[in-house]
Design a protein around this ligand. Sequence first.
Ligand code: NAD
Ligand code: MG
Length: 400
Amino acid sequence: MAVQILTVLGSTGSIGVSTLDVVARHPDRYQVYALTGASQVDKLHAQCLAHRPRFAVVLDEQVASQLHAMLRASGSETEVLCGEAALETVASAPAVTSVMAAIVGAAGMRPTLAAARAGKRVLLANKETLVLAGRLFMDEVTRCGATLLPIDSEHNAIFQVLPRAYREAPYAGSLRDAGVKRILLTASGGPFRTRPLETLPQVTPDEAVRHPNWSMGRKISVDSASMMNKGLEVIEARWLFNAGVDDIAVVVHPQSIVHSMVEYVDGSVLAQMGAPDMRTPIAYGMAYPERVESGVASLDLFSVGRLDFEAPDFARFPCLKLAFDALRAGGAATAVLNAANEVAVEAFLDRRLGYTGIPALIEAVLAECDGQVQAESIDALLDADALARERATAWLARLR
Ligand code: NAD
Ligand code: MG
């Protein structure tokens, strides 16, 4: 067993912290090469002392010099780098074998792409990479011989129950040839699944980030409440598994025990289950094709008691419908959807936009950008992302 040399992009976030928890359990298997974070200097400093990476990367100069001073004062030799280009450098450095892509949002796309182009083992948590640039990213993974392992719990579950030959090279065949009829993507339904519809305009950021089953970063928590998260995950599944949009069905499952399922042509439905703890998919991705201990508690089926399943409600969750529509529209529509959603969620968390304003803003921006955006290159997609952010910001300004 060769030791994996790991870069954790977004180490200070929810996924980053869970990743380092798994790493710390297996010092014989994993060594940390680089850690990165946007602003939480104290946390990054503590992580550097615990994991002794060669590099720590932050976004701005001031944070970099602060971190550098703190590290030297603690006797650490970790070198501090700064800026977006440095993220790409530590994601693609020759010494690195594996990259955990756990930056939140479209900001994670370039370093994740750099890791894929360098042929790394890419542990993909940053679903926005696939929503923004799914086709081109998957092309690069194939062209450059990268190993892509999904960390998002649903996609990790699907990966686990797909035939091995298919999951490792989905673009060499088709789901049909692999005997797969449908992918059943489960969704918890979030905190507002049963809340009276007429009270949704009053939802506060605190209510939206309080997920019933999972503890996650703020942006994905709001996405889970609106079910945009499931919409982004449908798009993610489309690209990861070379699936058609009609091959993917969303199933609401409030207990979050079944993490997703695959239905085969013979009628078999295979599910992956477990306690809702991201250390399971993280440990799976890190050790694949082996299994390692993750620190996750045993699933206590007697205390779970029952498993419920419901159809998704598109009237309650218009963001889910917008995501399906954008995927069907194709081209750069999903890039526009993602960027508009990021602006909307940030405005909602800052109390500049009401909860029901989120789908309203996204729908307006999709309409405004229709016919104005291209998807044939990464630069074209980044232009689409920028245009959508500009239109979304202007839309917000008109609200005032
Ligand atoms: P988080 O907000 O907790 O952490 C985000 C990390 O990215 C932090 O380290 C932050 O410093 C860094 N970051 C933020 N903006 C950045 C920027 N512009 N440039 C560079 N770094 C930046 O988020 P999270 O919940 O850990 O989610 C990370 C990713 O994983 C997201 O794409 C999310 O959709 C996905 N994901 C998360 C979970 C979960 O349980 N948290 C589950 C599935 C998928
Ligand atoms: Mg998920």
